[in-house]
Design a protein around this ligand. Structure first.
Ligand SMILES: *Cc1c(COP(=O)(O)O)cnc(C)c1O
Length: 385
């Protein structure tokens, strides 16, 4: 089977991990600090705080922005469930904003309309989480302008998007947000096995992240009152064990050196798909001028009126041909947990649901061979013609 995404592990990655295994630190130690500094340097952000997943990063991001009971968090339905679940971890309430039918990112028009209504209802969100679907940035400047008008905070879920940019600045720079979150799961752009990072330019938020990822405990002598007791630590918050290991960080730091190469390879693959699939009854991924995507995913939409097969049939035929396509994502509001507990229904976000009914993610990863891609293209043509 050709997978839809996969990691690239080279000898230098293996060597970096072995070096840590032979060192004194296995869990959070010098490699974590090195990796954090390298990502912050890459993105031109002041702080990066590494944790054991993007899900954990989203959770402590919400906590650092004081999300709590009776607060609202809004995100898009076309995302992984973690972008919404983080609000529920904080006992806050979740709502969704429909997608833009062209970019599949959160719709600015829908966001603006919903904010207007929420102001009337006195239910404005405390946090909005735009998700950079497939690696293409949301229109962050517009979202930032709305945040100034309506007073909400912004966490960018950039789980797909490290290595991408917006207005010629790297995603993660937090130019138009309070916090940006990356994922280093193996299908993402670079990997640490499991892992994530929360980026910010605010020293208070960064300090909060460091407390929250390790039980809320500090050993910082300037923050505690026991000068003459060298063993002393204090718990100041209810935190978690969300630490990244030095083993994972060494892998991440090694992978980061190839990030730009990976993004360039992904663009070359996208370019070949664009050329080869142009005349088929498909909608190919739209790319906005202000954004340079990391191309985590290559999503096609089937023009179902022109195709005799259903999405399921196209999907199954590709799978039968040994091509492990995927679908990103089942709209979060249609998940049983969200329907049963919060009353969301099918029909609530029509553009998201229409997109979902037509979308297929084709294999996209740097080591996909030309011959494999040619085979994928040939099979799509065979199935759709
Ligand atoms: C992968 C992903 C996450 C979760 O990342 P983990 O590192 O697996 O916790 C969150 N949001 C989006 C959009 C993702 O794709």
């Amino acid at each position: 089977m050709i997978p839809y995404g996969r990691q690239d592990i080279q000898q230098s990655d293996i060597d970096a991990v072995i070096e840590v295994l032979n060192s004194n630190f296995l869990t959070q130690g010098p490699k974590v600090t090195e990796f954090e500094k390298a990502v912050a340097h890459y993105c031109h952000t002041k702080y990066g705080v590494a944790v054991n997943s993007a899900t954990s990063a989203l959770h402590i991001a919400c906590m650092a922005l004081d999300l709590g009971t009776s607060d609202w968090l809004w995100t898009t339905p076309i995302t992984f469930v973690a972008s919404a679940n983080c609000a529920l971890y904080c006992n806050a309430q979740v709502d969704f904003v429909d997608i833009d039918p062209i970019t599949y990112n959160i719709s600015i028009a829908a966001l603006e309309a919903k904010l207007e209504q929420a102001q009337i209802d006195n239910q404005l969100p405390k946090i909005v989480i735009p998700v950079h679907l497939a690696g293409q940035s949301c229109d962050m400047q517009k979202i930032y302008e709305l945040s100034q008008r309506y007073g909400f905070k912004i966490i960018e879920d950039a789980s797909h998007a490290i290595g991408g940019s917006y207005q010629n600045k790297k995603i993660g720079s937090c130019q138009y947000s309070d916090i940006t979150v990356f994922s280093f799961h193996p299908v993402k752009i670079i990997t640490t096995g499991e892992g994530g990072m929360a980026m910010t330019n605010d020293p208070k938020i960064a300090a909060k992240f460091m407390l929250l990822r390790s039980h809320g405990i500090t050993r910082d002598k300037s923050l505690i009152n026991h000068d003459n007791e060298p063993w002393y630590y204090e718990q100041h918050e209810l935190g978690y064990n969300y630490r990244m290991t030095d083993i994972a960080a060494a892998l991440g730091a090694s992978q980061l050196t190839r990030l730009d190469e990976y993004v360039a390879q992904r663009h070359a693959i996208a370019h070949r798909y664009n050329e080869a699939l142009a005349d088929l009854p498909l909608t190919l991924p739209y790319q906005a001028d202000v954004s340079h995507s990391s191309y985590h995913l290559y999503i096609i939409r089937l023009n179902l009126q022109e195709i005799e097969l259903s999405r399921l049939e196209v999907f199954n035929q590709l799978r039968d041909a040994g091509i492990s396509v995927n679908v990103h994502y089942i709209p979060v509001h249609t998940q049983p947990y969200y329907k049963d507990n919060f009353g969301f229904q099918k029909g609530d976000f029509v553009n998201s649901e229409k997109y979902y009914a037509e979308a297929i993610s084709l294999p996209m990863y740097p080591t996909l061979k030309d011959s494999e891609q040619d085979y994928i293209i040939e099979q799509i043509k065979r199935i759709l013609d």
